[in-house]
Design a protein. Structure first.
Length: 66
C-alpha cells in the first residue's frame, strides 16, 4: 500500500481546521457546550462518535467517487 502523504497532510490539516471552527466561532458558548457534553452518559457520547465516524466515512466515499 502506497500512502499519498501530501493528501494525508491536507486531510489532517482540514480536520484541524474543522475541529477549530466551533471554538473560534462560538468561543463564548463553548464552555457550556462542553459541560453539556461532559454530563452526557458514555453511551450517548459513543452514539455521537459513531455517527460522526459513519458520516465521515460516507463523505470520504462520496469524495472518492467524483
Amino acid at each position: 500500500m502506497n500512502l499519498n502523504w501530501p493528501l494525508f497532510f491536507i486531510a489532517l490539516g482540514l480536520a484541524f481546521v474543522l475541529e477549530g471552527l466551533p471554538y473560534f466561532i462560538l468561543a463564548e458558548r463553548m464552555p457550556g457546550i462542553l459541560l453539556t457534553l461532559a454530563s452526557r452518559p458514555p453511551r450517548a457520547l459513543r452514539v455521537l462518535g459513531l455517527t460522526s465516524i459513519i458520516l465521515g466515512v460516507l463523505l470520504v466515499a462520496l469524495g472518492r467517487s467524483f
